[in-house]
Design a protein around this ligand. Structure first.
Ligand SMILES: [Zn+2]
Length: 383
């Protein structure tokens, strides 16, 4: 069989996560925990051993038959670079195969996109030369808020970044001389759950991820595969219309979910409630959450309204997709005490039969999901 791995298939990421958390672990234990067929496990394990990512160690005690060998992660074999391109700030990080972030740096996202990417590559090169001169890097995962042409690694369009037809992969590969894999930020965020989420969810087949950042994106795993749709990066719900006569969105249409439930929507709402005509006054979502925690009623109200809209959109999606788990990520998830009950209540109230709405709705496992998710994106493609 040809050794091509499809980005959509999540089994490898799930399996690596399990080995990392439970090592040493035998193949039969993996089968028991994941429910995957022994043949599937063998083919992934053999590939990972060939790539020197995992290795077989001492034999374990026999339970009658052949003694099992244990599997370990070869954490130091190579490192991975993760890049999260955000509207205001771009963060890059160095991680080992054990999933630990060893270094993290940020630069301002600014200027012409081509020039910006060159500057970013130069910064990363400097960091590698200074801090990791002898390290072997396996690849680079890049998370971008926009529609991606997955085969070529181009950003087809990013309304929030105002980037169009930008060959991100080509530019970064030329300067970094490493394989670069570009993915939509919400898809990367969904991968961050597979890579860092609770192990008892490893058998979950359908997971919906709502990434609330400047915009709003969704990543969807259906039946153990990342849903990428039939065309470029389609499959996100951030631009589904919630209010036909609502505000104009970054995409040019009116009333998209993102105009009501994103960070920018929450900040704009807060400004309106403050009667603040000057939107340029710097307020971030974390400022608003801090204000809410201090009892600021306008901050609380703007977050609550966002939670209502999140719940509204999620309810529609949940009805159609019936996922086992819905994860909400981004800084807004740190206000879970405030928004969680509203979202859950809204979803429940919208169900045709409320008693069957047994969906686990929870905050994300990591606080910077689009960055952390770029790590498994690089690994997923590399193997
Ligand atoms: Zn839109």
């Amino acid at each position: 069989m040809v050794d091509i791995h499809d980005i959509r298939n999540i089994n490898q990421t799930v399996l690596l996560h399990l080995i990392r958390e439970q090592q040493p672990i035998s193949r039969s234990e993996i089968a028991k925990i994941t429910g995957l067929r022994p043949g599937t496990i063998s083919s992934i394990v053999n590939r990972l051993i060939r790539k020197n990512v995992i290795y077989e160690g001492a034999e374990g005690p026999s339970s009658g038959g052949r003694k099992p060998t244990y599997l370990y992660i070869n954490g130091e074999n190579a490192y991975v670079l993760a890049i999260d391109i955000g509207v205001h700030e771009t963060v890059y990080a160095v991680s080992d195969f054990n999933g630990r972030i060893l270094k993290q740096k940020a630069i301002v996202t600014e200027g012409k996109p081509q020039e910006f990417l060159k500057k970013l590559a130069a910064e990363i090169e400097k960091t590698i030369k200074t801090d990791y001169p002898r390290v072997n890097f396996a690849g680079v995962g890049v998370s971008v808020p926009g529609l991606i042409r997955r085969e070529t690694g181009e950003v087809a369009v990013s309304p929030n970044l105002e980037w169009n037809n930008l060959p991100v992969k080509t530019i970064l590969e030329k300067h970094l001389e490493l394989p670069v894999y570009v993915e939509n930020d919400a898809n990367a965020a969904a991968f961050s759950e597979l890579w860092y989420g609770p192990l008892d969810e490893i058998k979950v087949k359908t997971l919906l991820y709502i990434l609330v950042v400047d915009g709003l994106g969704t990543g969807l795993i259906i039946n153990g595969e990342l849903h990428v749709g039939s065309q470029i990066g389609l499959g996100g719900f951030g631009h589904m219309c919630i209010e036909p006569n609502g505000e104009v969105c970054s995409c040019g249409r009116k009333g998209c979910w993102e105009t009501l439930a994103s960070e920018s929507a929450t900040i704009a709402r807060y400004h309106r409630l403050m009667n603040n005509k000057n939107d340029s006054i710097a307020t971030s979502i974390t400022d608003i959450i801090a204000q809410a925690n201090r009892g600021d009623e306008k901050a609380i109200a703007s977050l609550k309204a966002t939670a209502e809209y999140l719940g509204e959109g999620i309810a529609s999606l949940a009805h159609g997709l019936s996922p086992e788990i819905i994860v909400i990520g981004g800084d807004i998830a740190t206000a879970w005490n405030l928004i969680g009950p509203i979202i859950k209540g809204k979803v429940k109230s919208r169900y045709l039969i409320p008693s069957v709405a047994k969906i686990d709705i929870r905050p994300a496992s990591v606080q910077h999901p689009s960055l952390f998710g770029a790590i498994p994106i690089a690994l997923q493609n590399f193997f």
